[in-house]
Design a protein around this ligand. Sequence first.
Ligand SMILES: Cc1cc2nc3c(=O)[nH]c(=O)nc-3n(C[C@H](O)[C@H](O)[C@H](O)COP(=O)(O)OP(=O)(O)OC[C@H]3O[C@@H](n4cnc5c(N)ncnc54)[C@H](O)[C@@H]3O)c2cc1C
Length: 601
Amino acid sequence: MSEQPSTPALPYHPEDMAAAIKLFRTKRIPTYEPGEDDHERYIATANLLYRFSLPPCVVQPKCACDVRDVVKIAKARNIPITIKNGGHSFAGGSTAQAGILMELGLMNQVSIATDEKTGEKTATIKGGALWFHVYKKLISERLDGLVVNGGRCPSVGVSGFILGGGLAPFTRSFGMGCDTVKEFSIVTAAGDEVTVTRNDSDPNKRALFWALRGAGGGNFGVVTEMKLELKKLQSNWVMAGKFTWYVKKENMDAFMITMKSFYSKNWPNAMTIDSTWLCETSKTDTEVGVRFIVYFNGRKKEYEEVIDGWELPKGDLETLTEAQRKNALTQHEYLKTQLKQRSLEEVSTRFLHETLAAQWIEETKKAFPTNKTYQLHTSFVFKNNAEIFGKITNILRKEMQNFREKFGSEKDTVFQATFIHSGGEANARSRKDSAFRWRGSTYNAYINLEFTDKWLEYDMRAVLDVVKPQLRLYGMVPGATYVNFPDDRLIQHEMAYWGNNIWELRRVKQIWDKDGYFSWAQGITVPKTKVDNGGQQEASEKLLEKEGQDFVKDEMDADEFIEPEVNSTDSIARQQWETYQLLAPAETYGSSILPALVASQ
Ligand SMILES: Cc1cc2nc3c(=O)[nH]c(=O)nc-3n(C[C@H](O)[C@H](O)[C@H](O)COP(=O)(O)OP(=O)(O)OC[C@H]3O[C@@H](n4cnc5c(N)ncnc54)[C@H](O)[C@@H]3O)c2cc1C
């Protein structure tokens, strides 16, 4: 194992931090330090990999003016700011080891306005709102038939989701979450609040609007407000359901034929079916389970017609023996029946009120700080090609079998692969329409390994070392990764997240944050080349020429993205411990492992 890097020296003097804290308090901005209950509450995170993240200061701005003050005071002292909205970043994007954690929870207001001429409705959402706050507003106003293009889990932050692109339950009908944004307000590195729109006359503002649609959070400043279009469903009604298929071992071959067909079928845009492969070592009578989550923009009759119309490809059946063919058809029919029986027709406000939360309850709970587990993530972007999905599903089956054999006797270990159904209207725009690059995909998939024993980290990372290179090859562009499902071990994260949009993103970064004040391990870097600002496209092309890249074609060599995971074993905790031990009050002894015991002392 390679030697781990030591903690980087702080870029600021501790006395400057003390002075900043004093100023925040003078300005009545809620501010907390280690040892205070609110500090502990706002830094809490579910993923034990980040258990020693302990920033010396948490601020909770109440309004954009507080955000401006914090940015100005902190930047003048070279104190970094980490922004936290819903706190769901898989890559620790909202956990801070040093500097200031800006927790946006007090800025959660939502209002809905109607255009008098067109009747169209727009939601104005503050930068700290969670999707739950927005859905609550639609429900309380009984806006049946309208949806906001938001997250599956109500606890996900609106800013974090939209800034990364945003795959909504009805993305296949309405495009990415970021495609429905009309306006962003953002406090930039200069400490000014700027409002940007798609058709801004100022080209730099237009470019910033483009960048905020998919660049991911923490890159250009603090988003304080967004205006989002509400979208009209086909009627007031949707179909929504959930079914987990625990496959009997003797039916696995038939199941594999059904799954290959499931992923390669061209479902209509009204249909979204997410699927999660579960390898739970506690379940011994099954090889895998698959949880299907359905949302249909239409009525029950149309939904059932779509399901009934799904047939297994003749070519796949012809290669089977009579008995195999019979079982394949039986298992396929079983899934179709369950998808119909386990779905209900309901008005859209009821769907937002209870159904969406119930569909994603397992994932939502996992992200709560009370769920203390170690979690590793990686992700992929796939097209729905039958041959490729035959390979992907075979790899998953084989690796889940290996996982079960290896970790079957371990307590609480989970290997999960989730395929978020995307595409449809999201693919109607070009790859240059927004910073979100991976249009053309049909499934954004993420793998999650979960465990409770810290000494398993090496073995779990070793699993990823085997799985990642196999699956990456089949990405729509090998190595392509969705920034909202980040992999904190990527080597060339900029190419993986943004493909050749990175060149324009770097140019925008230079305009709005030339000192790279808002920076983090997986952020956009300030370009080394000086860029001409006259004309967005031309400038990008110039930069491309200089850096020798092609703007249109995303070419990556999958091998370039692979760094052995096992080399990172314990690296995060080891680094964070350096500052943790300096700042943590004595009474937090053992709290990451024994919170109840510590609380009772
Ligand atoms: C349970 C669960 C369900 C999910 N469901 C979906 C889904 O359906 N579709 C989908 O696309 N993704 C989904 N995701 C992924 C999710 O969209 C990303 O993790 C997203 O970044 C989370 O945003 P957040 O605000 O909750 O997290 P945070 O960790 O608070 O923020 C994420 C990043 O954005 C930055 N940031 C936050 N707020 C701001 C702001 N106001 N200004 C500037 N930067 C900011 C943070 O610094 C961080 O880098 C899900 C994740 C989980 C855990």
